[in-house]
Design a protein around this ligand. Structure first.
Ligand SMILES: NC(=O)c1ccc[n+]([C@@H]2O[C@H](COP(=O)([O-])OP(=O)(O)OC[C@H]3O[C@@H](n4cnc5c(N)ncnc54)[C@H](OP(=O)(O)O)[C@@H]3O)[C@@H](O)[C@H]2O)c1
Length: 323
């Protein structure tokens, strides 16, 4: 019961017993929702249902989004299709792509195939794509329509500006029009930090539902995460595992290894669980089916406050990309 009481102090807003009497859906006042297995009152764990789905977050516009997903940067053709399809089979319901990744067609095809095969319903999947600065921000109407057409999944769940840049407000306003037309459900931005958000937010009508930024144990950006959360906006982590080419050191980190051993989990699972417990939505990229299954298997253990503090102490402000 101790943990249940701890949850109350975390601004627990409402809890309702679900039909089977064992699971409780907990809503926090910042929109975070999770399911908890109350049959194990001595060590309450996050409920993992048969489909292995991640808990969902209520966005400020009332729509829901899974609290965990897969990224598709650098995945193409069959590799991309297989990764997304495998992820959906493993219970993922959140997929991140972008114009810049050149793989929206494959992502859309994998979603359509999974729906046709009865793996998921379209309405349960959240697909994120992005438009890019330069000619796309200068002529946003065409760029937005191309994203919708390439994905070919009826509507885009969330469209982001990939970076701040010339004409970003104009491009965002063009995306707002497509929200009004029902072709996009929600909007967001990427690589926006405190200065960029402070300039940008007062100029737009539809508040972004999420900001996607670089975040990993060596670049935690706590001040920015806190700033975004205080706007009622979800934070999503790109490079949640440090990014390609940076993993050797991170995955061998002795602190993370010690915590992983204590829970019988992998270092990657500890990192992804740390993101989740910080209320940061991780979207690790992978084309390895075993990794895809491993990465979503993080909802059956809880890092202690001490372990969260130990991981917080690993921060080095070490950014692994320039933007
Ligand atoms: N908005 C932006 O500007 C921006 C920038 C960069 C990225 N992103 C998004 O963020 C996503 C994540 O970033 P990322 O994919 O570049 O980097 P990442 O998720 O930090 O790392 C991906 C790497 O981790 C490996 N990996 C995944 N699961 C693993 C596991 N269980 N054990 C060991 N290795 C594992 C992958 O290899 P395997 O394939 O072998 O599993 C891959 O090499 C991207 O895919 C993209 O959607 C957005």
């Amino acid at each position: 019961m101790k943990r249940l009481r701890a949850l109350s102090s975390l601004a627990l807003m409402a809890a309702a017993l679900l039909a089977n009497g064992q699971c409780m859906r907990v809503h926090y006042d910042d929109g975070w929702t999770e399911q908890i297995d109350v049959s194990r009152v001595d060590s309450i764990t996050i409920y993992k249902n048969e489909q292995h789905l991640a808990p969902t977050i209520m966005l400020h516009n009332g729509l829901r989004m899974p609290a965990f997903g897969i990224g598709t940067y650098s995945l193409h053709d069959t590799t991309c299709f297989n990764s997304v399809y495998t992820a959906l089979k493993n219970g993922y319901r959140l997929i991140d792509t972008a114009y810049m990744y050149g793989n929206e067609e494959e992502v859309g095809r994998a979603v359509r195939q999974a729906v046709a095969d009865g793996i998921c319903r379209r309405e349960d999947v959240t697909v994120i794509t992005k438009i890019y600065p330069g000619s796309q921000y200068a002529n946003p109407g065409q760029a937005i329509q191309e994203r919708i057409d390439k994905l070919n999944i009826d509507y885009v769940d969330i469209m982001l500006l990939h970076h701040p840049g010339d004409n970003d407000v104009k491009a965002y306003k063009a995306m707002e029009k497509q929200v009004e037309a029902g072709k996009i459900h929600s909007l967001g931005v990427s690589c926006f930090y405190i200065d960029e958000l402070t300039r940008f937010l007062p100029q737009v009508s539809i508040k972004p539902v999420l900001v996607q930024n670089e975040i990993h144990p060596y670049y935690q950006d706590a001040e920015v995460v806190d700033f975004i959360h205080r706007q009622g906006i979800v934070v999503q982590a790109w490079y949640p595992l440090g990014g390609r080419g940076y993993q050797k050191e991170l995955l061998a980190d002795p602190v993370l290894k010690r915590i992983a051993e204590a829970h019988g989990k992998s270092v990657v699972q500890v990192i992804l669980r740390w993101h989740y417990q910080r209320r940061v939505v991780a979207i690790p990229g992978s084309s390895n089916p075993a990794h895809i299954a491993e990465n979503i298997d993080i909802f059956d253990f809880v890092l202690t406050d001490g372990e969260m503090a130990d991981i917080a102490a690993l921060n080095r402000n070490e950014k692994h990309d320039w933007y």
